[in-house]
Design a protein around this ligand. Sequence first.
Ligand code: ZN
Length: 332
Amino acid sequence: MNRKHPFTLGRRQFMMGSAALAAGLSGLSGLPGTAGAAAPMLGTKQPGWYRFKIGGFEATIVSDGRLNLGSAEAQFPGAQPTVIKEILDEEFLPVAPMMLEQNALVLNTGDKLVLFDTGMGTAKTFGPESGRLLASLKAAGIDPATIDAVILTHAHLDHCWGIMADDGSRNFPNAQIYMSQADFDFWTDEAKLSAGGFLPSFVEGARRNLLPNRDRMIFVADGKEVIKGVSAIATPGHTVGHTSYLIESEGASYLNVGDVVHHYALLFEHPEWEFAFDTDPALAARTRKALFDRASADRLTMIGYHFPFPGIGHIRPSGTAFSYVPKAIDLS
Ligand SMILES: [Zn+2]
């Protein structure tokens, strides 16, 4: 027996009813969305920015878009593939591609407007999605010409290749550049242009972005204040002069970790793992563990350049290692 509920329309009845309704509505004027055609899918991506407070400072995360790092197995060559897969499965993530965000922090301290790291520029080394930093800044209402300082965590392509435009002009024409001298010396070293592996292309790009700014560069030092409210913490290993930054205002303490940690799940659970692009992988792992211990003990809020957007969260002890707790987004 095919009994219908008295108030349920059959498919045919429903379609006839819809057609009649559409015909009726199309006779009305002034109502939006009544043309009868479905709205086209837009396919465009939203610019990525997120604004929040760090004490008395105004902070904005601006996205340069995602990087495609290929297979996680290739990026953590010392780790067992079965363990990588197990952790990523738990996070509902594939082993490949391993996608990493690029969360650049803009900090308005009240007297300085500061950008931490600058994205990939127009290079598409890690896929087509990067290169959005300037669009994200614009959407966030920030004029690149008003940025007083660009502070670099290190001189890798996804952090310093956005300093210069392709035509040789400066994307942040009024900014001083702050970075460690160790990274400047290493990544602009002409002798490495004839080295093997990925070094020559990384060095070539660093030279293109850093050398024209040598006269507006200020080197940072471990434990020293960079600008008011921002101090440098030497965190070497990923690169020789990699630097994290502690941001303090009105009792709030945020730690901009840069690339001390790339993956919020894999490296929190296994801080001892070595990452393919580390200059000194063993030192990078020791540095990561020490910074995790400090951030966890001091309950610092982390900003991770490569964490899921917008990259703000806490770290807590978990088993023999740590876990990442993303901070809830506040749209107030
Ligand atoms: Zn990076």
